[in-house]
Design a protein around this ligand. Structure first.
Ligand SMILES: C[S@@+](CC[C@H](N)C(=O)[O-])C[C@H]1O[C@@H](n2cnc3c(N)ncnc32)[C@H](O)[C@@H]1O
Length: 277
């Protein structure tokens, strides 16, 4: 039986809380900035186009998003490319929110979601043209088992896009994995998470049978994304505190911890992999 972790203490909070500091699509992962003047929303849309490009999406593909958050990617791919999308996540309130968004965008027939841990889901084999994991593998205790399942769901020639925050190397993990900031983010915010060095994710993808075709360094983009989120937390602090006493301070502290280590302790990468056979 594959082990799973519980992160609903964070992700199943009221979706409106996340609306206070994320972009209007509520994408909770790194954006991609092209210019100094880009807004958070523009940068998140650019990032979704970048993912589509890495996946070689042309239109009408079948796409599985593992750890779908509030549906930014599944709704975008349905709206922009007519993709048939399935989003999975263990947080029930995310699914209620996605159903509303998909209906408002007129793509309810293209967007489906399933509540639960991906590790325990039965999905059709060799069915999807593309699989995405943006910021979700950090919450999964057994990355090799997860990537084997992701590969099994892909058709031959299909692509996996995986982006994740990583320790910069094994030495940084040893030095920082148990410090106060890391523990606060892992325990008090998310409930569970295991930041790994990139080499471990690369080895997991290879062991699962993938052929790796691109590695992108998005570290500076995530730093700027989080700066934008912190600005939004400050601007909406009073409304955020209606979701719990001290909530704005708690969110700000976690975002500051995340932004303190980029480049030295931590990095943010996107891996693109292919199911070659
Ligand atoms: C950082 S959020 C990223 C959300 C989305 N990918 C985005 O970019 O906006 C991580 C997501 O992974 C989900 N998640 C955590 N553990 C999971 C699991 N075992 N299986 C599927 N999804 C999981 C969380 O509920 C959350 O939706």
């Amino acid at each position: 039986m594959t082990v799973t972790a519980d992160t609903n203490q964070h992700y199943d909070l009221d979706p409106e809380l996340f609306g206070e500091f994320l972009d209007p699509l509520r994408k909770y992962s790194s954006a991609l900035y092209h210019a100094d003047t880009d807004t958070l929303e523009q940068a998140q849309r650019q990032k979704l186009r970048f993912v589509a490009d890495r996946l070689a999406v042309r239109g009408g593909e079948r796409l599985l998003d593992i750890g779908c958050g509030w549906g930014s990617l599944v709704v975008f791919m349905a709206e922009e490319f007519g993709c048939t999308t399935l989003g999975v996540s263990p947080a029930p309130r995310q699914h209620e929110y996605i159903a509303l968004r998909a209906a408002t965008a007129g793509v309810a027939d293209l967007v489906r979601t399933e509540v639960g841990h991906f590790e325990h889901m039965t999905l059709p084999e060799r069915h999807f043209d593309a699989v995405t994991m943006l910021g979700s593998i950090v919450h999964m205790p057994d990355p090799v088992a997860v990537l084997r399942r992701a590969r099994a769901a892909l058709r031959r020639g299909g692509h996996l896009y995986l982006s994740e925050s990583c320790f910069r190397n094994a030495a940084a993990r040893t030095a920082f994995d148990a410090n106060d900031g890391t523990e606060f983010v892992r325990e008090d915010i998310f409930g569970w998470g295991d930041l790994r060095p990139l080499s471990e994710l690369v080895a997991a993808a290879e062991d699962a049978g993938f052929s790796i075709i691109a590695v992108d360094d998005l570290t500076e983009h995530y730093r700027r994304t989080i700066e934008d989120w912190i600005g939004n937390v400050d601007a909406a602090a009073e409304r955020i505190d209606t979701h719990g006493t001290g909530m704005a301070d708690k969110l700000r502290h976690y975002l500051e911890v995340a932004n303190a280590g980029w480049g030295y302790t931590t990095k943010h990468y996107a891996l693109t992999c292919r199911r070659a056979r």
